[in-house]
Design a protein around this ligand. Structure first.
Ligand SMILES: [Ca+2]
Ligand SMILES: [Ca+2]
Length: 302
């Protein structure tokens, strides 16, 4: 199973948000709304407290909050979240960051605006974090583009078969919030179907693509990215104890992955890199240099 969630889930109150006026919500309006939302704030505050190891009200190096073993931040993300440039992240900065991440995860069609339908998943914040972790892969087709969001599971083969049957015109898969795969065997089968159809892949602005989602991304004959995109990788795991990183290099369980990467012109080194980059329950966010080196993308950022 290749899967990981970077925003930790904490059981919290199920406070509902006031029904919205019906107009679409942009990031500024959403930030205002969520900043004042007690249920959402409470969850984020609990997370913040959990990560603030030395309990000084700031997240920084001393808390181990940065890097693959830490909370969610590469150095570059950390620097972005640290808007006051104090080399630490305050609760306010952390809250705004989480609101932004939530906004872009909810914006399924990537038009920088949330419809009521897209917003329905955050009506109950605790449910939202569950949705983030387990929402099934969904498609929105516009022209020759299919917008992808969600975790792939055992249904992924059927889903892509149906997508291409209904929409043979689809030529580009646009990735948004893609946290990974629940069933690698089925994912590898789906990748064969996608390869046959032939697509390019594009990571939308603010896309978050992790684990099995990265494998899915490499199926594109051309692979491009927008702004502020993160690709997270780690060792695959099967069950609680077995991780790819612990198997001998000659173990045949590596083969399906290596065969797949070879077929899409991703060097075998990438596979060994993912096993070393982070353990299964952590995440390494790749640098652009790494993305180019391992041919996860075929061109630099736009
Ligand atoms: Ca601290
Ligand atoms: Ca939208």
């Amino acid at each position: 199973m290749k899967y990981c969630i970077l925003i930790t889930v904490i059981a919290a109150s199920l406070v509902s948000i006031e029904p919205s006026s019906g107009a679409d919500t942009d990031l500024a309006a959403f930030t205002k709304e969520m900043s004042n939302h007690s249920g959402f704030r409470k969850i984020i505050q609990q997370d913040f407290t959990k990560w603030d190891g030395n309990d000084d009200g700031r997240l920084d190096d001393e808390d181990g909050a940065i890097g693959p073993k830490g909370l969610f931040l590469t150095r570059s993300t950390f620097n972005r979240v640290d808007e006051s440039k104090s080399n630490s992240v305050s609760l306010v900065e952390f809250l705004e960051y989480q609101i932004r991440e939530a906004f872009y995860a909810l914006d399924l069609n990537r038009n920088d605006s949330l419809s009521d339908k897209e917003k329905k998943h955050i009506k109950k914040p605790a449910e939202f974090f569950k949705w983030l972790k387990k929402s099934q892969l969904s498609f929105i087709v516009e022209g020759d583009k299919a917008y992808l969001n969600g975790t792939t599971n055992g249904k992924v083969v059927k889903q892509f078969q149906e997508l291409f049957k209904k929409h043979p015109e689809v030529k580009t898969l646009v990735f948004g919030w893609m946290p990974g795969s629940d069933d690698d065997e089925k994912l590898l089968k789906a990748l064969e179907i996608i390869k046959k159809h032939g697509v390019t892949t594009h990571a939308a602005d603010h896309a978050r693509i992790q684990s099995g989602g990265v494998d899915l991304f490499t199926v594109g004959t051309e692979r491009t990215i927008g702004e502020d995109v993160e690709f997270g990788v780690h060792s695959w795991s099967a069950g609680r104890k077995k991780e790819g990183r612990n198997l001998d290099r000659t173990n045949r369980q590596h083969k399906p992955y290596l065969d797949y990467y070879n077929s899409v012109d991703v060097p075998a080194d990438f596979y060994w890199f993912t096993l070393k980059a982070a353990v299964a329950d952590a995440m390494h966010v790749m640098t652009e240099e790494e993305l180019l080196k391992y041919r996860i993308i075929t061109a630099s950022a736009e």
